[in-house]
Design a protein around this ligand. Structure first.
Ligand SMILES: [Zn+2]
Length: 337
């Protein structure tokens, strides 16, 4: 794989292209939300830096350096992460693995690369790294990965070339999902997870594998479909207890609920022409609407507002149980037209 094969991130790629023809900056900081692909990008960058015959698209993929890299045995790359169960990289690991190693010549490539998880750098480690970043020894390249730039010292930030990774489009996420062995999954599932991930490939991939998410999606969709027929007891006992049991995933539930209500509104507004989030469940949505002829866009807008209100209430610590019951009853009232 080379940079050209990575999906999206045109801005970062175009900044790296001139370096592939000339000289690389010595210290990079790749930033972006958790799951955005900082490790993938950092790896490709490291591979291109180490490659013996890099092209303008990235590494050559054929030289001994690329072969060692692919086998995971390249001697000129070191990675620094916190040990399992720990929050920070050990200062001793940086001292012995990085500071003491800087002066040692690379074995295969012209350069050596240190990839550092900068979210796991305590202040003392950042200070330790500063000197190396200020005057990096010749042939040493730093790639720092970080999702929260605010935790890094200003003195570190001023010494690195920042490469910000931005959320992907839904189409790009679909490409990434298909390329990562999810080609057997149904088109609808890929589309749904891609869109639900808000442009974060790591999230989309975990949603694809998360059976609980699939179950949640079905539950919320069926809840809306059944809502007009439900009694107060169904809502206040059974449904509220489902929301209580899954309160750790309430943000997901609320978004799923909003999407399903939004789909009904879309169909009401534009008959069958609208693009739906639950495209694979279009028939069920149409049949729901044919049974609910009195339903108007105002009802749907009120129902969506009830979801937004609950969501806002959660941020100001209202009683979860009471706010959840109130939301469900409001939606019930609107859908029972
Ligand atoms: Zn190569």
């Amino acid at each position: 794989m080379a940079f050209r094969d990575l999906v999206g991130q045109k801005e970062v790629k175009s900044r790296l292209e001139p370096m592939l023809k000339g000289t690389f900056a010595q210290s990079f900081l790749i930033t972006g939300a958790p799951g955005i692909g900082k490790h993938t990008f950092g790896n490709e960058l490291a591979k291109a830096i180490l490659c013996q015959e890099p092209t303008e698209d990235g590494c050559c993929g054929k030289c001994p350096s690329c072969a060692y890299f692919d086998a995971g045995t390249h001697p000129d790359i070191r990675r620094f992460e916190a040990q399992k169960g720990k929050k920070s990289i050990r200062v001793e690991d940086l001292r012995s693995g990085l500071i003491a190693d800087e002066a040692v010549n690379p074995q295969i490539s012209k350069n050596k690369v240190y990839i550092i998880n900068a979210d796991q750098l305590a202040d003392v480690s950042q200070n330790l790294l500063l000197k190396s970043l200020e005057e990096p020894p010749k042939g040493v390249e730093f790639i720092l990965l970080c999702s929260d730039q605010s935790k890094l010292l200003g003195t570190i930030l001023s010494r690195v070339t920042v490469l910000p990774l931005h959320p992907y489009t839904t189409e790009e996420i679909e490409q990434i999902l298909k390329a990562s062995g999810k080609e057997d999954a149904s088109e609808e599932k890929v589309k749904f997870c891609a869109e639900f991930s808000s442009g974060i490939p790591g999230k989309a991939l975990s949603l694809m594998e998360d059976e609980e998410f699939s179950a949640e999606r079905e539950h919320i969709f069926d809840l809306v479909m059944e809502m007009p027929k439900m009694s107060y007891t169904d809502i206040l006992i059974d449904e509220v207890s489902y929301w209580n049991d899954n309160s750790d995933r309430v943000d997901e539930l609320l978004l799923l609920l909003q999407w399903t209500l939004g789909d009904i509104a879309t169909l009401l507004a534009s008959a069958s022409k609208g693009v739906l989030k639950n495209q694979d469940k279009k028939d069920k949505l149409i049949s729901f609407l044919s049974d609910a002829r009195g339903l108007t866009l105002i009802n749907m807008s009120n129902a969506v507002n009830a979801v937004t209100e609950f969501s806002k209430g959660l941020k100001v610590n209202v009683s979860y149980d009471a706010a959840c019951s109130s939301m469900l009853l409001k939606i019930h009232k609107e859908l029972k037209q």
